[in-house]
Design a protein. Structure first.
Length: 310
């Protein structure tokens, strides 16, 4: 790995995110946002934090099913620890999926005498694919329900994106079932695991993925109640998937700037003031930050166990 090039990439993404954030701050009423923030109750935040932690536990359970199906032998507590460690590292890596590298490393390290690194990569890829498909499904439902409310251009962008990504996934699944071989061994390995994944474990995995994302939508609804937003619950089927997908794009450090802009943009289309929408983004961002810091506890505990074992 070229660390100099990687460092420049991280620096560039960090600068871009901060520039976008600075632009947003220059356009909103900070005093109004500060007043709204002061009215948020600590008990409401603790409630959504508990829901979020339960949701992340469910998501780690989904990942454990995928990994066990591929051949890994970790206990659920180990999967949970790896998962929360990945959430912690996501705070510092360029995208919302950067922590997957850390999760994959710990997963591979556990069974490195039996399995190759591409097994861990395939488990993470399958985990992400199931999540993206559910996000697209929810976004499509939200788009249909609010087709007239959203601008024509946004409707076409959303629908086109959903069709293109879904078509690509369907093509990959078709190729895996037809057992079409390529020269690249890693591609063949990925297609092999996709076939296994869809053959046996798909129903359980997608059920857990749907449950996880519905819990995150419920959190968004609760945040909306806490901020006294007057929007339909079904609009959150647009808000959450769209902002989640945009925030995961590898253009800023952990989605900073992009996430705030996305919430302001989509809540603005529902008639919500930008100052309120900015507070919504901060609320959600602080929730993820708190969860990441909780993940550091798992990391410290792991380091302590490693030291004791040594």
């Amino acid at each position: 790995m070229n660390f100099t090039k990687y460092g420049k990439s991280v620096y560039g993404k960090c600068c871009l995110g901060l520039i976008i954030l600075a632009f947003i701050l220059s356009k909103i009423d900070l005093q109004s946002s500060k007043t709204i923030l002061s009215q948020i109750g600590i008990y409401n935040f603790l409630a959504v934090l508990c829901i979020y932690l339960i949701g992340q536990t469910i998501s780690s359970c989904k990942w454990s099913l995928i990994s066990a199906h591929i051949g890994f032998t970790c206990t659920f507590s180990e999967y949970l620890r790896f998962y929360f460690q990945g959430i912690f590292y996501n705070l510092f890596l360029p995208t919302g999926v950067g922590g997957d590298v850390i999760k994959g490393y710990f997963l591979y390290k556990h069974d490195k005498l039996r399995l190759k690194p591409d097994y861990a990569a395939c488990s993470l890829l399958s985990d992400r694919v199931s999540g993206v498909l559910v996000l697209l499904m929810l976004l499509l439902i939200g788009n249909i329900l609010h087709f007239k409310q959203l601008p024509v251009l946004i409707n076409w962008i959303l629908i086109s994106g959903i069709v293109i990504i879904s078509g690509f996934v369907i093509l990959i699944v078709y190729i895996s079932y037809k057992r079409i071989l390529f020269k690249n061994k890693l591609i063949n390995r990925i297609l092999f695991f996709i076939r296994l994944y869809f053959d046996k474990a798909v129903l359980k995995i997608f059920t857990l993925s749907i449950l996880f994302h519905l819990m995150l939508i419920a959190i968004h609804i609760i945040i909306g109640w806490d901020l006294n937003l007057k929007i339909s619950w079904s609009y959150y089927l647009v808000l959450y998937p769209a902002t989640a997908i945009l925030s995961s794009l590898p253009v800023s450090l952990n989605g900073i700037g992009i996430r705030e802009w996305a919430y302001i943009f989509f809540l603005g289309m529902a008639g919500i003031n930008s100052s309120v929408a900015f507070v919504f983004a901060l609320y959600w961002g602080f929730l993820m930050l708190t969860t990441g810091l909780i993940g550091s506890v798992f990391l410290l505990n792991w380091n302590k166990n490693e030291a004791s074992a040594s």
